[in-house]
Design a protein around this ligand. Structure first.
Ligand code: F6R
Length: 244
């Protein structure tokens, strides 16, 4: 079931989605969260940090599993998702480093890394999976055409995704990695519940497709329509601008 929440702007999105995540942690302090990177969740993470600083919540027993990581970027690169998560959330709250998990793109045997990440995911139940959405409908880095049965995999990023992400790399597409390692769609669908956030005009087409389009591997986010639990989509006015 998709529960759709339309909000005014990015600020309201961050608050509304932040509250949903906060509620999850308060209700189950040892919950397992699936986390995303990119621009969409930054405000939400700030909301969580503020709540932590006010003493409203603790991350002491929270476990996290991130969706994805770029290949060929060292962890200490400022745009690696490992760095992103530490800069935007982990360094500011009381989470234990041993409870933080990201797919690893280190070493030569990436297939082994994929298998290990899927094995780890299959041993836990993600209580709440946070997602952004690509302008082409990708979730995690599962680009159009990825099987709904996929588990953690190495993917080639599309030109569109690399262009969209060039803003983090001095607007130079050549600096954007060509490959990434990502949870598969099956891993994402195994979460008990999902929270997808979308902000801005660049997402309007994707939100239109999500609401009105068919369930198809050509539009990865459409898999969420078959999710057995609650999928909450929080989208701002610009992201909803193509909806009636
Ligand atoms: C990030 C991820 C991606 C992003 C998507 C939207 O971990 O898996 O699917 O959520 O590319 O990115 P932003 O939020 O930067 O528009």
């Amino acid at each position: 079931m998709i529960k759709f929440i339309k909000v005014k702007d990015y600020q309201e999105l961050s608050k509304v989605a932040g509250e949903i995540m906060l509620h999850q942690i308060k209700e189950k302090p040892n919950c397992v969260l699936g986390l995303a990177t990119g621009s969409s969740p930054v405000g939400l993470y700030q909301y969580l940090i503020d709540a932590y600083k006010k003493g409203e919540v603790s991350f002491k027993n929270v476990k996290t599993y991130n969706l994805d990581e770029y290949c060929d970027l060292p962890r200490e690169h400022p745009e690696s998702y490992y760095s992103f998560m530490h800069t935007n959330l982990f360094n500011h709250v009381d989470i234990e480093e041993e409870n933080v998990h990201l797919p690893s793109s280190l070493g030569k045997d990436l297939q082994k890394n994929c298998q290990e990440y899927s094995d780890a995911l299959n041993k836990v139940t993600v209580d709440l999976q946070l997602l952004g959405i690509g302008a082409n409908g990708h979730i995690g880095f599962n680009e159009p055409g990825t099987s709904f049965e996929s588990e953690t995999l190495v993917v080639t990023l599309t030109e569109k995704t690399r262009k969209d992400n060039a803003r983090f790399f001095d607007n130079d597409i050549n600096q954007v990695p060509t490959h990434a390692i990502t949870m598969g769609i099956k891993n994402i669908m195994n979460a008990k519940s999902v929270l997808l956030v979308a902000s801005g005009k660049n997402k309007a087409e994707a939100i239109y497709q999500l609401v009105n389009g068919p369930v198809t591997e050509e539009f990865p986010a459409s898999a969420l329509k078959k999710h057995p639990g609650v999928v909450t989509v929080v989208a701002d006015e610009e992201a909803c601008s193509l909806l009636k």
